[in-house]
Design a protein around this ligand. Structure first.
Ligand code: GRF
Length: 209
């Protein structure tokens, strides 16, 4: 059984997609061990509690320096003995100590087709503003492993979404969530739960079942 921790900071619609996918059998062999929020007011915490999932808030604001926060987060996740960390809208830069402790065992969902519109400054609505400003006709979402760079880790899965002529950043964001993010994140978790994802030379291979 794959034990996962889902790290959140906000609304938690991706967390909800994972909860629903476990409930309806789209994801099997997986348990959400804990939902960790960096923000005590995140609605994601409520979603987790409604589903009977253990929650904890580890906020940078509770620590005098970044180092203390990084250590507390890493120690907590090691102590919970989780197999996989899922970043689902976690608005905190992941510390190197955590990446080293969970090499190729941290995944992130990013709302664009990496390497477009990713890296420093590309988060939340800004990603979609940039995509519309550039005039791309296709955007989408990417699930990737987390390494020391920003959005640079091995790509696991991507899904394209059409950009419409009258899109605003908000309508594009919503369509990418519905058509891509909420589908590929659960799908990747299920593949990892069934040992079908491997990394070699920084590239991901998905084996047939
Ligand atoms: C999503 O757009 C995800 O791609 C990004 O942060 C957002 C989180 O949304 N990393 P939610 O909290 O899952 O609703």
């Amino acid at each position: 059984m794959l034990k996962i921790a889902v790290l959140v900071s906000g609304g938690g619609t991706n967390l909800q997609a994972i909860i629903d996918a476990i409930a309806d059998g789209t994801i099997t062999n997986t348990k959400i061990e804990v939902v960790v929020s960096s923000n005590p007011r995140a609605y994601a915490l409520e979603r987790a509690m409604n589903a009977g999932i253990d929650t904890v808030c580890i906020s940078p604001k509770s620590y005098t320096d970044r180092r203390g926060f990084h250590q507390a987060l890493t120690e907590y996740l090691l102590q919970r003995n989780v197999d996989l960390i899922v970043l689902a809208g976690f608005m905190v830069v992941i510390p190197e100590i955590l990446i080293r402790s969970f090499r190729n065992r941290i995944i992130n969902i990013h709302p664009s087709l990496i390497p477009s519109f990713c890296g420093k400054g590309y988060y939340g609505i800004h990603v979609h503003e940039a995509a519309l400003a550039r005039g791309v006709k296709i955007s989408g979402a990417t699930v990737h492993f987390v390494d020391e760079g920003t959005d640079t880790g091995p790509i696991i899965m991507q899904k394209a979404v059409e950009v419409l002529a009258d899109d605003t950043p908000e309508t594009l964001q919503k369509r990418i969530m519905e058509q891509a993010e909420w589908k590929i994140l659960p799908c990747v978790i299920n593949l990892i739960a069934h040992d079908r994802v491997s990394v070699r030379d920084n590239k991901v291979r998905i084996s047939k079942d």
